[in-house]
Ligand binder design. Sequence first.
Ligand code: ADP
Ligand code: MG
Length: 341
Amino acid sequence: MGNQCLAKLFSTHIGIDLGTANCLVYVRDHGIVLNEPSFVAIKKATHEVIAVGNDAKRMWGKFPAGLEGKRPLQDGVIADFEVTEDMLRIFIQKALRSVPWNKRILHPRVLVAVPSGITEVGNRAVKDSAKRAGAGEVILVEEPMAAAVGVGLPVADPTGSMIVDIGGGTTEVAVISLSGIVSSKSVNVGGDELEKAITQYMKKVYNLNIGPQMAEEIKIKLGSVYPVKDEERMDVRGLDLACRMPKYVNISAAEIRQALQEPVTSIIEAVRGTLDLCPPDVAADLLTRGIMLAGGGALLCGLDKLLTEEIGMPVFVSEDPLNAVVKGTGVMLQEDNIWSN
Ligand code: ADP
Ligand code: MG
């Protein structure tokens, strides 16, 4: 029996989307088995991990003195190697619990999608962490490529396809043809910057200090980049900076749209910049094939419409944008020839 066969019988093949906001794990033959925020709560004095994922995110902005929240990946890079490794280990072990015993005899083979802006040191760190977390062979793949595969773009064709992946920390734009990246751009503007813009707006206009959970709620419930007919409003809770008392403020979608203008413009510029770098024949393909949006930021209301208007090309939101990258790793895992033996 060849190594390939043994590996199929006795080891698990895992795909990981190590995102700045969310970490997802795909297990071959099982699908997505884990989907949790890339958040960790630690004890300040000892650096002991208290909670990860959903449990840590629930605590966000509400930590007592001795505890601290960490987002180990920021702006598309690993900001804290140690905490990233702890988080990765816990997530891999959790994911492995969903597979039968015989699939745990050999070390799992792991494919990790990493931001395209990651450094050599970052790559090494992800590989080493995954190995220390129990992985056997570790292969890295660029996140925009995984996203493109995940949303079903014909990446192997001699036709240009553009993917725009708007995550928490970055927006990654890539044009792909013949299974390779033809041109790409990565900017440190994503969901986090949109939230920062909302927080700053509330402070400036209403003298209201809002927490991170509130900022995300406003962005998801009220955030938009294109006017709609019945504009919604929402009550925002925060701390009045003048009297240091909690209070409510009622705000409109139009106000938030104004607050989001600057970071959204940076996202549009990243798309423009990538098009500028494109060879003319590939750019011509995009004119008919359009642009595909993925990542949580793709869900921002009206972004497809605004981009269509600004860029003059058809823009589509993928069906399941938050799962695009991990689904792509799932497709790539099926190929036996990506592993060394
Ligand atoms: P990453 O790849 O960096 O982990 P994700 O692709 O998982 O990021 O997207 C997470 C980001 O998407 C977060 O900033 C989150 O607030 C944002 N997000 C999720 N749903 C929505 C929504 N409906 N509208 C706008 N932003 C959203
Ligand atoms: Mg992502």
